[in-house]
Design a protein around this ligand. Structure first.
Ligand SMILES: Nc1ncnc2c1ncn2[C@@H]1O[C@H](COP(=O)(O)OP(=O)(O)OP(=O)(O)O)[C@@H](O)[C@H]1O
Length: 314
């Protein structure tokens, strides 16, 4: 048993009738790691989180959670917290009463302090005594996270935790997750938001049609040798286009969805070394470069490439 891992899954398969939701999934999540599950709609993210939360049982494969082998019965081992498909909350109770109920069920001793602390951590102190019925989606998400916090999880599982969050809410949630990870808690979250994954996760697992198409550090994914589209902003796009077209390894992309009114922008597809050549060529020719940035982030580009390959292979 690998004690530095909070989650160790090998060859996990789960079907619903004819639909194979997970197909031989391996997953390692270390203590203190924020691990992102990412993939197109229907890729199997929620199903995977449901298995980790003990809401469903795998058809085959092995799963160890917090060093406990998960058997055929439902229910996750102690120390696992979180939610899928939105947090389960009592709408007629206040935020504080909801958390007090969770604290009581989880057998915490210093309940009042734990509830107050959790409310403060997610930024809901001001609305602690309001009924949850009137809460927005983002407030419910934050309260769901607070409910998980009062159980003091060692493995926290969250399905789309940034759903409906405004920038302030997002800041609170990101702060909480980062603090938990620094304290050694393993966090697994699903998200469609590449910016969130990049801001939070040290590792990601990309699922496509139930299979793992990548798992590992974000840096490794971004560094994969793949040509990206770059937006080049210049006061002299005609000269820039001429130079780009004659630079080896540079492909000028015409149809990028860039608004036609943005005449100073050229999009080129290239690997980094060719891009360096292009910049040198532009500078030598006296063509100013006002901006040079990937059109989509390296993570998003890798995500699209990997998931499209898997879809095409179906
Ligand atoms: N209870 C269920 N009964 C039948 N099919 C299901 C069930 N749960 C999931 N599925 C199917 O399993 C596949 C994986 O679904 P899952 O919800 O895990 O994907 P997801 O990656 O979370 O998708 P999304 O990004 O849309 O939330 C889908 O084809 C889905 O229709």
């Amino acid at each position: 048993m690998d004690t530095h891992l909070a989650v160790r899954a090998r060859g996990v398969t789960k079907s619903f009738g004819d639909v194979i939701a997970l197909d031989g999934v391996d997953l390692d999540v270390a203590h203190g790691q924020i691990h992102g599950l990412v993939g197109p709609n229907g890729a199997g993210k929620t199903t995977a989180l449901g298995l980790l939360l003990g809401l469903a049982v795998a058809d085959s494969g092995t799963l160890e959670i917090l060093n406990t082998p998960v058997g055929r019965g439902l229910a996750a081992p102690g120390g696992v917290g979180g939610f899928v498909d939105g947090p389960g909350l009592y709408p007629a109770l206040t935020a504080r009463q909801n958390l007090a109920a969770v604290a009581a069920l989880s057998g915490r001793r210093s309940r009042t302090a734990a509830v107050d602390e959790a409310l403060a951590e997610v930024g809901l102190t001001d609305v602690a005594d309001d009924r949850v019925r009137g809460f927005s989606l983002g407030m419910r998400q934050r309260l769901g996270l607070a409910a998980a916090l009062v159980t003091e999880p060692r493995l926290l599982l969250l399905d789309e935790p940034s759903n409906g969050l405004d920038p302030a809410g997002k800041k609170h949630v990101h702060g909480v997750l980062t603090r938990l990870a620094a304290d050694g808690v393993a966090v697994v979250l699903s998200s469609h938001r590449m910016d969130d994954l990049e801001a939070l996760c040290s590792e990601v697992t990309i699922l496509a049609t139930g299979r793992v198409v990548f798992s590992g550090p974000l840096g490794k994914l971004a560094a994969e040798n793949r040509a990206l589209d770059y937006r080049l902003r210049t006061p002299d796009p005609a000269a820039a286009r001429r130079i780009a077209s004659s630079t080896a390894g540079i492909h000028v992309v015409d149809d990028t969805g860039t608004p036609r009114t943005d005449a100073g922008v050229l999009v080129v597809r290239a690997l980094v070394p060719a891009l360096d050549e292009l910049v040198a060529g532009l500078v030598n020719a006296g063509v100013a470069v006002r901006e040079l940035a990937p059109v989509v982030s390296p993570l998003e580009a890798a995500f699209l490439a990997l998931t499209e390959q898997q879809e095409a292979a179906r």
